[in-house]
Ligand binder design. Structure first.
Ligand SMILES: Nc1ncnc2c1ncn2[C@@H]1O[C@H](COP(=O)(O)OP(=O)(O)OP(=O)(O)O)[C@@H](O)[C@H]1O
Length: 255
């Protein structure tokens, strides 16, 4: 197990957005978090990364076989510990090149976590890292383009590249297919499967075909609480999930 929460709860006034969630992510697992609009998925991600502080409960990350308490730590600290998020709202520098964006992320991480070691290395090292990552995510061909000139699909690839540049143990992918044309979805899905080969991944994704295809395990949130947790085939046949989530699809709320 690499990540776990215990009793994780976040209230907004009288509303319990995340309600007493005990969650665990296995080492190397690709787990999807699904649920209807307003179920608490984004709030849960924000609690994991420290963007939001919980009202109650804990978040812990396994680092070198020791459980480290991340509860309430700010995002730059949880990222340094190994928990990285690809942002649904993009955090790239639009007028910088694709290569420069990934280089900056690699350098930021290098400076954060290995200050003394990195300071004696040349900046070329970060360009090398950036180039290897761009190759991996399939963006080498547009490395010299500005980030703002990319297609939606390429922007999602760049966000994953930036997350990879932080050398994460756990990747939180927040709707990596949002806004991606149907022609490009396969590229992003292949990329998710590729990064899951050597990272633990928690994915929020509304496209159920993708979720069913790529996930080792699916956790279903509804009204802030976990209503189901299991392998894709079990979740597909679960009646509560059908009611809470697939019903939402029919109303067009979760598409
Ligand atoms: N900052 C906030 N202040 C007050 N209420 C909030 C805040 N953030 C989220 N909420 C409420 O918490 C609940 C959970 O919202 P959240 O965005 O986490 O759901 P979600 O599952 O990510 O939904 P979606 O699929 O639409 O992204 C919703 O009722 C939402 O209105």
């Amino acid at each position: 197990m690499i990540l776990r929460t215990h009793g994780l709860t976040r209230e907004f006034g009288g509303l319990v957005a995340v309600d007493d969630v005990d969650f665990s992510l296995g080492d190397g697992e690709l787990c999807s978090l699904i649920g209807p609009n307003g179920a608490g998925k984004t709030t849960f991600f924000n609690l994991l990364t420290g963007t939001l502080a919980p009202t109650r409960g804990t978040v812990e990350l396994n680092v070198d076989d020791e459980w480290v308490d991340l509860t309430g730590r700010p995002p730059h600290e949880t990222a340094t510990m190994g928990l990285h998020r690809s942002y649904q709202i993009t955090n790239v520098f639009p007028t910088s090149t694709v290569r420069e964006n990934v280089r900056i992320a690699a350098q930021a991480h290098g400076t954060d976590s290995h200050k003394l070691w990195r300071s004696v290395q040349s900046f070329d090292r970060y360009y090398e890292e950036a180039d290897a990552i761009l190759d991996r995510v399939g963006l080498s061909g547009v490395a010299a383009e500005t980030a703002q000139s990319l297609s939606h699909g390429e922007k999602r690839q760049l966000e994953i590249a930036i997350a990879l540049a932080g050398d994460p143990d756990v990747l939180l992918l927040d709707e990596p297919n949002a806004g991606v044309s149907s022609a490009s979805i396969d590229i992003v899905v292949d990329l998710i499967e590729d990064v899951a080969q050597d990272h633990s991944v928690l994915l929020v994704e509304h496209n159920m075909d993708i979720v069913m295809n790529v996930s080792d395990r699916i956790v279903v949130l509804n009204q802030g609480g976990v209503i189901a947790d299991g392998p894709p085939e079990e979740i597909r046949d679960n009646e509560r999930v059908q009611e809470a989530y697939l019903g939402g699809y029919e109303r067009g709320e979760a598409a």
